[in-house]
Design a protein around this ligand. Structure first.
Ligand SMILES: NC(=O)c1ccc[n+]([C@@H]2O[C@H](COP(=O)([O-])OP(=O)(O)OC[C@H]3O[C@@H](n4cnc5c(N)ncnc54)[C@H](OP(=O)(O)O)[C@@H]3O)[C@@H](O)[C@H]2O)c1
Length: 375
């Protein structure tokens, strides 16, 4: 295992962090405790010391499950990260209440890395009004949390605003070779680096989508690489290539995945990719983007639809299905994330959305394609 430090923390963090959002589960969907504990122990025995959980993971069961693991070990040998569930904060007193509940669930007196979870423009504005940073500093002064950070899902402009507002120790962003121009993106990575804010990389495999299936033209491009590597290695090596990534969070669901990622964490150092390899990643990225059929920028000008269709979300899942050539996985996502009454089949072809779209997308026609694809 290799270790890295954040500019503002003395801790030596394993470059592979355990993402506790994707533990193996039983057919009923609850955490398979035996298998998950075996994986946690195996990770620990092999040098993983950073564990990232959150209030809502596994329907709220991830934090309580970690309690048993923490109890087995010297608490100081583990760096525990969890997050304030920002969307549940309705008044200032909620913040300490949730933190105390989390400490209780985890069976610990302190959290090493505490984040504001999934910040976006709206939640940041609302939390600031409730003096969230005062709360974080108060919790720090009380010894309940050690380092202050945030995780993020919005655009670069919002990211910069948040970065500029506080002297953060770290930020957790979606960081993989495909999303260099999405959300915080690579520009966000560089901004964080310039401020001494360390990056904790999440979704390094884009939730597994960069592993398989691989569209034929992408496979052809990878064949041009000077070395033979698995798709997992290509993706993780790219993330670890960048020095300001302190740890890479992987959501591993099997022991085989854990073993593979442990092996890679030994052999992928900072700066292992040369310029020509980086250029190949950029070509692969462009080839993925080219596969996107509907050029919706999710500006939401088309909304609200008079019939309740969630137009940008329908296009989003469809575009991803096309980009990754994976109907099965995305049909599951479509069923899971788009409520039944907001799906493409609710479009009546009224056309109210058409003049509102700055991209001039023939929205009703495209919604028909989405409807037929996920039928
Ligand atoms: N703060 C936030 O807002 C936020 C949001 C997202 C994630 N996170 C955190 O970041 C962590 C990482 O995100 P993520 O789980 O989306 O990461 P990820 O590593 O991009 O995706 C995890 C998926 O990748 C696949 N995988 C992992 N290792 C593999 C291997 N060696 N071979 C083949 N497939 C492999 C598995 O997919 P299959 O199961 O399909 O095989 C696994 O479920 C999460 O667990 C969570 O702790 C935080």
């Amino acid at each position: 295992m290799q270790y890295r430090t954040m500019p503002k923390s003395p801790d030596k963090l394993s470059i592979l962090g355990f993402g506790c959002m994707r533990f193996p589960t039983s057919p009923e969907g609850v955490i398979d405790e035996e298998q998950s504990m075996a994986m946690l122990e195996h990770a620990y025995a092999n040098g993983v010391n950073y564990y990232d959980t959150a209030y809502p993971y596994h329907g709220g069961a991830s934090e309580s499950f970690l309690k048993g693991f923490l109890a087995q070990h010297d608490r100081k040998s583990i760096y525990l990260a969890t997050k304030l569930p920002c969307w549940l904060i309705k008044e200032p007193s909620d913040m300490m209440r949730y933190l105390d509940e989390q400490l209780d669930k985890l069976g610990t007196d302190y959290i090493d890395y505490y984040l504001l979870h999934a910040l976006n423009r709206k939640s940041w504005t609302s939390l600031r009004k409730m003096k969230v940073m005062k709360f974080m500093e108060q919790a720090q002064a009380m010894g309940k949390i050690r380092h202050i950070g945030f995780s993020f899902h919005d655009d670069y402009k919002t990211f910069k605003k948040i970065v500029d507002a506080y002297d953060w120790t770290f930020c957790q962003i979606m960081f993989n070779y495909l999303d260099t121009h999405y959300q915080a993106g690579f520009k966000g990575y560089k901004l964080a680096e310039s401020r001494g804010i360390s990056v904790v990389a999440m979704e390094p495999l884009r939730g597994g989508k960069l592993v398989s299936p691989i569209p034929p033209e992408i496979e052809k491009l990878w064949k041009r690489a000077p070395n033979k590597r698995s798709m997992v290695e290509r993706a993780l090596r790219w993330v670890w290539n960048w020095e300001n990534v302190s740890t890479l969070l992987s959501g591993m669901s099997t022991m085989e995945q854990l073993n593979e990622n442990l092996r890679l964490a030994d052999i992928c150092p900072v700066g292992s990719l040369d310029d020509s390899e980086i250029k190949l990643y950029q070509k692969v990225r462009r080839a993925y983007i080219k596969r996107v059929p509907i050029l919706c920028s999710e500006c939401r000008y088309c909304m609200p639809c008079p019939y309740g269709v969630a137009i940008p979300s329908n296009f989003g899942v469809y575009n991803e299905a096309m980009m990754f050539n994976d109907q099965k996985r995305h049909s599951r996502e479509y069923a899971m994330f788009i409520p039944e009454n907001a799906r493409a089949n609710k479009c009546t072809n009224c056309g109210a959305c058409v003049p509102k779209c700055p991209q001039k997308i023939a929205i009703p026609d495209e919604l028909k394609k989405v409807r037929d694809y996920f039928a």
